[in-house]
Design a binder for this molecule. Structure first.
Ligand code: VAH
Length: 336
């Protein structure tokens, strides 16, 4: 049985596919995205090996996805294809369509086939202005203010329904903002952090689109990947949460990140020009409580702000050709 990863070209997908292929063998992991994978010519650092199975399809196309699942005899699915918060506010109808129709298509196909497990990423975007901002509980008021957040909360409820009604083993994490250096950011509000580190690594200053004191929950990609795999490896009976687990890594504000960068790049300077994304960020928590994830399946992030900054700067200084302009518009594959 093979593993299918939708949104395989995105921020999480491109790294998760690599780790899964190392774990299970290249031919056992099928990537799927709206666009073909990077090639040795355009993005050599990300080009998969020649025998890496890849499908170009729209996750809203039920017939195309059914063919992929059957032809590859898929036994587990990581459904990552999604529009993120900032892009979703620019294109709310498309965000609902891709995020919700895509998810329901995957869940419907999975429950009618021998698919053992499905992973789907939610986000701290499910929280809103009526939620406690510090140490946000696993179970609390969920009052999302963005279309992205609405699709993520709706998706959580859909996943829990499919687990209760059809006994589908679908599992989910509420990712915070994710930092990574291998792919260009995909239209997220928390992507300011990647942009700031990218500019600093290139010896440039940065103008941040959030206020300096906007503290948000964040996570370094290696922790996000190991947490995702730990959840999927866990015994089903150990899981007490079937909408989506809170997972925190670290929390910081733009000014805290800028200070941590300046300790390594003394010449770096950050200025602030908040835009419409400030209204998104200020409705999100500053930190989340992830005791349930730690108790149920051993969630244990390893990277703090200093370690994340050091590792990001080191790799970005090596040069990643796809970095430079921040990706905008529909970026299927990006997520959380
Ligand atoms: C975004 N990176 O900014 C995503 C994430 C918590 C934020 O879901 O939209």
């Amino acid at each position: 049985m093979r593993i299918l990863v939708t949104g395989a070209n995105g921020q999480i997908g491109s790294e998760l596919v690599e780790v899964l292929r190392e774990r299970h063998g290249t031919g056992q992991v099928v990537g799927l995205d709206l666009n073909p994978p990077p090639t040795a010519t355009d993005q050599p650092s990300r080009a998969p090996s020649s025998n890496a199975p890849f499908e170009v399809a729209d996750v809203r196309n039920r017939e195309a996805l059914a063919d992929v699942l059957d032809r590859h005899e898929v036994g587990s699915i990581y459904h990552l294809a999604s529009l993120l918060s900032a892009t979703g506010e620019q294109h709310p109808d498309r965000a609902w369509d891709v995020n919700m129709s895509g998810l329901k298509t995957i869940l419907d196909l999975a429950r009618s086939r021998p698919v053992e497990k499905v992973f789907w990423p939610s986000s701290i975007a499910v929280f809103g202005p009526t939620t406690p901002r510090e140490d946000t509980p696993q179970n609390t008021v969920l009052d999302p203010t963005t279309m992205y957040g609405v699709t993520k909360r709706s998706g959580e409820l859909l996943c829990r329904y499919y687990h209760r009604r059809y006994d589908l083993d679908v599992r989910s994490l509420r990712y915070p903002g994710l930092l990574s250096y291998k792919t260009a950011p995909g239209g997220g509000t928390t992507d300011y952090a990647i942009d700031m580190l990218t500019q600093a690594a290139a010896g440039r200053d940065y103008t941040c689109f959030l206020k300096p004191d906007t503290r948000l929950p964040m996570m370094y990609m290696p922790d996000a990947i190991q947490g995702t795999l730990a959840l999927m490896d866990a015994d089903a009976d150990a899981l007490s949460v079937r909408d989506s687990y809170n997972t925190g890594g670290l929390s910081f504000s733009p000014e805290e990140l800028a200070a941590t960068i300046q300790a390594r790049v003394p010449s770096f300077s950050c200025s602030y020009a908040p835009d419409e994304r400030q209204h998104i960020a200020e409705n999100w928590p500053s930190s989340v409580n992830d005791d349930a994830a730690r108790t149920d399946w051993g969630w244990a992030p390893e990277y703090d702000l200093e370690a994340t900054t050091a590792d990001m700067l080191d790799h970005l200084r090596e040069g990643t050709p796809e970095h430079g302009d921040v990706a905008e518009g529909e970026h299927e594959g990006a997520t959380a």
